[in-house]
Design a protein around this ligand. Structure first.
Ligand code: ASP
Length: 403
């Protein structure tokens, strides 16, 4: 019998999970463990994967000039696409004004908002870890990435003998970890079945939520859709001279995983596998751009935060000037960079945008109910943008890709 492609297995699992979640709500524990186990597997592999792939990738890039050029291109891409996403969010929220006349009566209580307000300066300072093991225990991705880049870079500065041994060693480590990753990826259909069934069983009142917050959700979704299916493909085609449709097909498994898990970090192993093996980007570029992208490049989150803040302002009847909206764009960018690639991280970071724009923090209560659903969509857009960035940077470096 011909093997069904992984992507189809996942889609079938997704559909069955929805049916299971609706029909067997009381028996959700029978399948939920598969989702938990799958997520554990992905999380288990993230730090070894980031370390081995960045160290070997950077050691293979070689000199500081190449690294600097790659870094500059990557950051230029991240910032440009995030700003475009923010502006398109701003455009649609001003066009549809979903918050005007919104029903304020259903706001939920929120607590502990102030704790999220780490300043941008602190985020930058914290990139240098005091203790690398603590950084690993606490999943501080930027610190781990920073450390790995340093090690990779200084391997190239050692004597020829050590350089060869160390580069070979980390290349071998990376190969093993990638094999483990591929092994975990085989279980994606079962994992997604568990995750989605549990979510469906827990979110029964979708209809009511949509009635209350439908227009707001719609604005977020339209803006995300335009960014993912118009803006980013134009960049892939125009600047990267690659085929966005082929690249999208290559990315189906990670995208549906991002959608189901709402976590760019947990999806990273699948993203790396797809961009490297299916789209054909070299390891030196994926290892540098994708882990960084999963942590700092969040177009979907940036867009979502600004639309949410504007929705809350509209609901409270607060008129925002042009300058205040511009502040929203800037803080939206910073907040998306600061947000971790984990579920609902963007929700917490909205408090940064709200306080910068002078909107009451309690307003978050208005959008709490639908955050988890929108998180699925924005995470998929975040991962999609990271992968398009890897393709564009690879093409600009003269690589021959499969897309
Ligand atoms: N869940 C998102 C991600 O992992 C972050 C967010 O909450 O917006 O990319």
């Amino acid at each position: 019998m011909k093997k069904i492609a992984l992507y189809w297995q996942i889609l079938i699992a997704f559909a069955l999970a929805i049916i299971y979640g609706i029909l067997f709500k009381e028996h959700i524990h029978l399948v939920a463990w598969m989702g938990d186990l799958f997520l554990k597997g992905l999380k288990m592999i993230i730090i070894p994967l980031i370390l081995s792939s960045i160290i070997s990738g950077v050691a293979n890039i070689g000199d500081a000039q190449n690294l600097g050029r790659l870094g500059a291109k990557t950051f230029a891409y991240y910032i440009t696409t995030s700003i475009i996403a923010l502006l398109s969010g701003l455009f649609f929220v001003n066009l549809f004004k979903p918050g005007v006349g919104a029903d304020l009566g259903f706001a939920e209580e929120v607590s502990g908002l102030a704790s999220a307000k780490e300043s941008f300066g602190d985020t930058l300072l914290n990139i240098v870890p005091e203790n690398i093991f603590q950084a690993m225990v606490e999943n501080q991705m930027l610190s781990i990435i920073f450390f790995a880049i340093l090690i990779g870079f200084f391997i190239t500065k050692t004597s020829q003998k050590h350089k060869t041994i160390l580069t070979d060693f980390f290349n071998s480590c990376f190969e093993v970890i990638m094999k483990v990753t591929l092994f975990i990826i085989k279980f994606t259909p079962l994992g997604i079945f568990g995750i989605v069934a549990k979510q469906v069983a827990e979110n029964e009142n979708l209809g009511e939520l949509f009635a209350r917050l439908g227009l707001y959700m719609l604005v977020v979704l339209i803006a995300l859709f335009v960014h993912a299916f118009i803006v980013l493909p134009i960049l892939v085609k125009g600047i990267g001279k690659a085929n966005p449709i082929k690249h999208f097909k290559a990315m189906r498994t990670p995208l549906i995983t991002a959608f189901s898990t709402s976590s760019s970090n947990a999806t990273l192993p699948l993203t790396m596998e797809a961009v490297e093996n299916k789209s054909g980007v070299s390891n030196s570029i994926t290892s540098f751009t994708l882990p960084l992208g999963a942590t700092v490049n969040m177009d979907g989150t940036a867009l979502y935060e600004l639309v949410a803040a504007m929705f809350i302002a509209q609901a409270y009847g607060i008129e925002l000037t042009f300058t205040e909206q511009l502040i929203g764009v800037l803080t939206g960018l910073l907040a998306s960079i600061g947000a971790a690639g984990i579920p609902m991280a963007g929700l917490v970071m909205i408090s940064v945008v709200l306080s910068a724009m002078g909107i009451p923090l309690e307003g978050i209560g208005l959008i709490l109910a639908v955050d988890r659903i929108l998180d699925m969509f924005r995470t998929a857009v975040n991962v999609w943008s990271d992968s398009c960035g890897a393709v564009i940077v690879a093409k600009s470096e003269g690589e021959e890709l499969k897309v």
